[in-house]
Design a protein around this ligand. Structure first.
Ligand code: COA
Ligand code: NAP
Length: 270
């Protein structure tokens, strides 16, 4: 068993991250880089990819590469995976985290708006996982989808993200069943609201909205990118060899429901 979170704990591992140029996904890349892994990232914007590769190089001593790729383009995803395999060897950890989102009621969604989010999140995750089969190091490979609470429960103004993330959850679990016999584990992480991310600046733009969300979460705060990154490192390590098909909530207890009542101040019977 590997000692987690010590220098070089991930040395020699190759990590591929779709949507890895910013936010939570880049946070995962930076944590693996710090721990000695080689990291390959893809996202659409070439400048953003180049900037993120620079950050990865500063964070770790492994090899860091990146390529401008849209996860909706299966052939391009396949090329990026092949290029990663050719440059860095078989892929040990694969993270599918590319996503797009915005707040809109269903009547504000065009068919193209709904399709766009489903195509990036759900079809994108299918493309990344399916195309990876030829390039992952099995047995022992760990595949991770980045999902959200929207995949487990309805959230108003999020029909597009709910449909996409729910699909990701069952895709993850079906693949865990199909690829388990080959020694490949497939899990998903469902982050709660994470500070300093594009996701939360879109979904809770004001201080009042942020305070209201925090007030309903049992642990009363947003999470950090590092919280999700550490979960990704754990799930992908040989400390979690028997975990597959799990949708892991990393959300301060948010999925449990509205915890805004302060039970600890309620008088109890003597
Ligand atoms: N409300 C309703 N519809 C919206 C919308 C909004 N806030 N924002 C975009 N759309 C619609 C567009 O009008 C378009 O539909 P139309 O052709 O019928 O007009 C459709 O969504 C696609 O928009 P487009 O800008 O062409 O898509 P894109 O592929 O360039 O960008 C997005 C995808 C819209 C998801 C964009 O926000 C994005 O790139 N997001 C990535 C970053 C992100 O969202 N991070 C948070 C992750 S949780
Ligand atoms: P982010 O910084 O916007 O990350 C999204 C990434 O996906 C970006 O690097 C973006 O780069 C890339 N991307 C978008 N569309 C793409 C496409 N078609 N092809 C390839 N790459 C694409 O957002 P984030 O908030 O950190 O979210 C990251 C993940 O966490 C998402 O899966 C999101 O659903 C999930 N999540 C976030 C929160 C939160 O609190 N933020 C909560 C729950 C779940 P380009 O623009 O260069 O393509």
């Amino acid at each position: 068993m590997t000692d987690l979170f010590i220098p070089n704990a991930c040395a020699g591992k190759t990590v591929f991250i779709a949507g890895g140029s910013s936010g939570i996904n880049l946070g995962i890349g930076l944590r693996f880089a710090e721990l000695g892994a080689n990291v390959s990232i893809i996202s659409r914007d070439a400048d953003r990819v180049a900037g993120a590769v620079g950050q990865l190089e500063e964070a770790g001593s492994g090899r860091m590469i990146g390529r401008s790729t849209d996860v909706r383009d299966y052939a391009a995803v396949e090329e990026a995976l092949k290029a990663t395999h050719d440059a860095l060897g078989p892929i040990d950890v694969l993270v599918s985290g590319a996503a797009g989102n915005f707040l809109s009621p269903v009547v504000g969604l065009s068919a193209n708006a709904f399709r766009t989010v489903v195509e990036i999140d759900l079809i994108g995750t299918f493309n990344v996982f399916r195309a990876a089969w030829d390039y992952i190091a099995r047995p022992g490979a760990s595949l991770l989808a980045i999902t959200a609470a929207q995949g487990k429960r309805p959230v108003m103004f999020q029909a597009h993200a709910c449909a996409a993330k729910a699909g990701i959850n069952l895709l993850t679990q079906t693949l865990a069943m199909e690829w388990g016999p080959a020694g490949v584990r497939v899990n998903a992480i469902a982050p709660g609201p994470i500070a300093d991310t594009a996701g939360m600046s879109k979904l809770a733009a004001s201080e009042a909205a942020t305070a209201a969300i925090k007030g309903r979460i049992p642990l009363r705060d947003y999470g950090r990118k590092r919280d999700i990154a550490d979960m990704a490192v754990f799930l992908s390590s040989d400390n979690a060899p028997y975990v597959t098909g799990a949708i892991i909530d990393c959300d301060g207890g948010m999925i449990l429901g509205d915890a805004s009542a302060d039970a600890l101040t309620v008088p109890v019977r003597g």
